[in-house]
Design a protein around this ligand. Structure first.
Ligand SMILES: N[C@@H](CCC(=O)N[C@@H](CS)C(=O)NCC(=O)O)C(=O)O
Length: 216
């Protein structure tokens, strides 16, 4: 498999399928296309007509969109193990993943992912507060229900964790204050071997995207 991604420091959508592949120890190669360059779109179009990363190439299959890639990997390589085994938990995991995938526009716009940054502060608008509260309510509900089964949102690691992983970097970077239950989840995610590997790769990147340098 070949995973085509944007810069690790900034590409929140790329982190999701990368984390899934890494967590489950699947073999894949990486191509990084730096975003916000004059030829970024042209380069991405070589892999996907949607001109967006991430894209997964698996033999003659080109799969684009982070959630579609996670679904494909789970189905084709993991016998569906990347979703919870229980149907109620699975439906719940799919719901929160879809909610993350299609929503939270304010958070995405005002708190761009910038893994390397630390201690940044921004003024939280009412709309941004609303996004943060909804995400922390999702995490709290999941952790309260599934704590006995493991440290991840649904106990065992799942696609839902991949979908929210970029938010963990955002909250950490902009020092968003969360409840202890959410902080414990964030710490689990941030300290995980895969996230530390992603951060270490992001640290080594030289590209800078001015639009993603937000806050002070
Ligand atoms: N819904 C898509 C969104 C992908 C997306 O917006 N990717 C951004 C980078 S994080 C991109 O490719 N931007 C390049 C551009 O818009 O030119 C997914 O989940 O994969």
């Amino acid at each position: 498999m070949l995973l085509v991604m944007g810069n690790k420091n900034y590409s929140s959508w790329s982190l999701r399928p990368w984390l899934l592949l890494e967590h489950f120890g699947l073999a894949f190669n990486e191509v990084i296309i730096p975003l916000y360059q004059a030829d970024s779109a042209e380069q991405i179009r070589r892999y996907s007509p949607a001109a967006k990363v991430p894209v997964l190439i698996d033999k003659d299959r080109h799969i684009w969109d982070s959630l579609a890639i996670c679904e494909y990997v789970s189905e084709h390589y993991l016998s569906g193990r990347a979703w919870p085994a229980d149907i109620t938990a699975r439906a719940h995991a799919r719901s929160v993943s879809a909610e993350m995938h299609s929503g939270f526009a304010t958070l995405r716009q005002l708190m761009p992912m910038n893994c390397r940054a630390t201690g940044r502060h921004i003024v939280l608008s009412a709309a941004l507060e609303q996004d943060i509260q909804r995400i922390t309510a999702i995490w709290t509900d999941c952790r309260e229900r599934y704590a006995s089964q493991g440290p991840w949102l649904f106990g065992e690691f799942s696609i839902a964790d991949c979908m929210f992983a970029p938010v963990v970097w955002r909250f950490a970077t902009y020092s968003v204050s969360v409840t202890p239950i959410c902080q414990t989840y964030m710490t689990t995610m941030q300290n995980s071997q895969c996230m530390q590997k992603w951060l270490s790769d992001a640290m080594q990147e030289k590209w800078l995207i001015a639009e993603s340098k937000v806050g002070n």
